[in-house]
Design a protein around this ligand. Sequence first.
Ligand SMILES: Nc1ncnc2c1ncn2[C@@H]1O[C@H](COP(=O)(O)OP(=O)(O)OP(=O)(O)O)[C@@H](O)[C@H]1O
Length: 630
Amino acid sequence: MSDEAKHNKADSSKPAKPEKQEKSEKQDRPKDAAIGSGFKEQKLGNVTDATLIKRLWTFMRPYRFTFLLCLLLLPVLAGFKLVQPHLLQVAIDDYLVPGEYGGLTWVIAAFGAAVFLQAGTGFLQFYLMQKAGQRALYDLRQKVFDHVQSLSVNFFHRHPTGRLMTRMTTDVESLQEALSSGMITMIGDIIMLVGIVVILLLKDWKLALVSFTVVPFLAVLTAIFRHFLRKAFREIRVKIARLYAHLQESVTGIEIIQLFVRENVSAEEYRDINEDYRDANVLSIRYDAMLYAVVEAVGAISVGAIIWYGSGQVLDDILTIGVLVAFIEYMQKFFVPIRDLAQKYNLLQSAMASSERIFELLDSDDQIPQPDNPKPLPDEPLHIEFENVWFAYNDDEWVIKDLSFEVKSCEKVALVGHTGAGKTTIISLLMRLYDVTRGRILINGIDIREFDLHAYRRAFAAVLQDSFLFQGSIRENLTLGEESITDDELVEAAKIVHAHPLISRYADDYDHRIAERGSNLSSGEKQLLSFARALVQKPEILILDEATANVDTDTEAIIQDAIDKLMARQTSVVIAHRLSTIQKADRIIVLHKGEIMEQGTHHELLEHGGHYETLYRLQYAFDADAQAAE
Ligand SMILES: Nc1ncnc2c1ncn2[C@@H]1O[C@H](COP(=O)(O)OP(=O)(O)OP(=O)(O)O)[C@@H](O)[C@H]1O
């Protein structure tokens, strides 16, 4: 079914009261999609390791040959390690005990060669593994970033930035350790263990069985610890996400915290979260230390058993001293990988907990849908039409109710209304930050959901309430990386909106660096720069939201002139609380609780004597009072 057909179908089934139909949509929606839910951190843990490893493999696949080479090097590396105790046995039994010291030379040379080759192979194996691991992680980081960028603003409203950042940074880091060292060296450890078991059984199966009596206990104990460690690691990730979320909020909201003297409250909250994080870490360290101690103790018991049983055998001449020494050496080598395995298992547990969270983020499909066969934007002046539009952020709470209006090409339409009337929501719907719940928005008669999202948004330039500026030069902030914009165009745009005098005040004018979020500029200056940015992008449709709030009367006059010039050029939709700024608009739409109350020109609405007239008189009286006070 084409998109058009789909939308038409949705429309034809439009109920008089859309609340009921909405309910079934609600049920279809993934649970996580409920606004305000955030990530369901506690719900993690149901995914099996096999599923996670399978998904991780998709990132390792491009580097599979390097990983394979690393794997092939593992038995070689194990071979060089395993030959050493045997050489020790040969040295004792064949040369030291019979007193043939001359033959020791080749044994020492062979031992030296084994140590040297072990180092060389170890280096190669480690280097290749790290390199491939880093590459796979680079891809993963890139994928996570691209995915996050593609998510709708709705998603960002629901998820605290700090938590998102944790997933994109510390979780990826923890995966990094596992991918670039943990996983493959674990296989190396297993090869070592199997090698030792086989060698010992071949050397003396009875002594081997005595040595391994402790292994089943060890297996049971590590299985129990594994279970608790996994839980502890998951807890750490949840706690660290909370810690970052709080940190992020405290840093971005520092002005409010300081102005309202909330430092102590914020510190108290942070202390609680920090304590939780510390306790979660301490718990995991406790398990870790216990596991380490258990492995050490079991290792010592095993060596004790070898000496106890083996010494008797040596005295009875059944066993040589060389074999006994080799057994002790092998058993010590046996417990090192077991200890390492436990540690690497921790790493892996942590990585599994992290990858679960990263994949959950990658699985969040809160995107604005793209059509299968996008239509090109009409190559003619654009006009907008809202057709019976309904919209709710939360389930049945309708913010926009059956809204219909038109903005003709080159028309300047203003939206006014009390706070919360739905003005910003209309702009968000128009720019497809959200999709309408019901009804349609049309551009030249085509549903906007049928256009390619990016091509569609490129037709707009928006100056929003918060004139967000990025850290970087003024030029970068105005062009937003669009290289085709020339310096002349830049200067011309800045001049039109009165931003040029402000910019040329700086010695390095357009190369002047703006601090993060434009913190080294006043709000009026930020607005002028965002006007220049909007103009230089040569939009078909201009969106202005709350353009003249928070500025003094002189700046307001300058900004007003800038707005007039901006609006004169193209189709514009403007939201303004200060009604003086929109008197020249071709049409003013007065909104109340998501519905149109009245519309017309400034004069028509004043003559009509309705809601707008009341708003205007109130504001006029307020301004007159303010001026008198000045
Ligand atoms: N992201 C959101 N999630 C849930 N509800 C929201 C969200 N954004 C806005 N709302 C609600 O939608 C309603 C309309 O908000 P909107 O921002 O569109 O109003 P507005 O007319 O632009 O107000 P203002 O003039 O104060 O900016 C309000 O009741 C608001 O609480």
